[in-house]
Ligand binder design. Structure first.
Ligand code: GSH
Length: 210
């Protein structure tokens, strides 16, 4: 049995969404952020040494890290769906997107989150992070220009994972103007599985569904 440990208003929403796209049965254990600090609750810290959400429980085995969870779900429950042929030409771009969404794409966002928390907004570090984030968003915008989805005309798990980057960029006040990203977001938020995931996962303030 699959269980997802889900923290409100967090990237674990992407895993709930992926599970809805895969139409795989799953249960949710809900965790709530501290309203002041936004930190996850002690139960989440006790669950896994990394103490972060999401955590996937598959028959008692725990997996942290949303990128790893995505790859695991695709390999174990995807049956070829929501991913390109691993031996085909789209695999390089797919892997790049999956990893960018949890590493280089998130790094400047997290720097800006910490800059805000520690009163360092507009510091040289914060400005450097804004520039780096803009470089990533411009790349994403270029990938999407003329395409419905990151892999072209096929929706994949990379679209789900990557959707967090422009959402968080907006949250830290550095989304810029990127028409292809905005058009892609409208397509993402129109997906029935996205709405089912919101219904099950709870309110998600980072998206502005159309
Ligand atoms: N690289 C990890 C990051 C996980 C992460 O930072 N999760 C945040 C929510 S988006 C969290 O658990 N925050 C609560 C806390 O740090 O206590 C992933 O992609 O899963």
């Amino acid at each position: 049995m699959l269980t997802i440990h889900h923290l409100n208003d967090s990237r674990s929403q992407k895993i709930v969404w992926l599970l809805e796209e895969l139409e795989t049965p799953y249960a949710i254990v809900y965790h709530q952020r501290d309203p002041q600090t936004l930190i996850g609750p002690p139960a989440l810290k006790a669950l896994h040494p990394l103490g972060k959400s999401p955590v996937l429980d598959d028959d008692g085995q725990l997996l942290s890290e949303s990128g790893a969870i995505t790859q695991y779900l695709l390999a174990r429950y995807g049956h070829g769906r929501l991913a390109p042929d691993p031996a085909g030409p789209a695999q390089m771009r797919f892997l790049e997107c999956l990893y960018f969404a949890v590493s280089a794409g998130m790094n400047p966002i997290m720097i800006k989150v910490y800059a805000r928390a520690f009163g360092l907004t507009d510091s040289p570090m914060d400005k450097a992070a804004t520039e780096e984030l803009e470089r990533g968003l411009s790349y994403l915008d270029a990938l999407l220009a003329g395409n419905d989805w990151l892999m072209g005309d096929v929706f994949t798990a990379a679209d789900v994972q990557m959707s967090f980057i422009p959402e968080l960029a907006r949250e830290v006040g550095a989304a810029g103007v990127h028409p292809a990203i905005e058009a892609w977001q409208a397509r993402l938020y129109a997906r029935p599985a996205f709405h089912r995931a919101i219904a099950r996962g709870g309110p998600y303030s980072f998206a502005q569904p159309v």
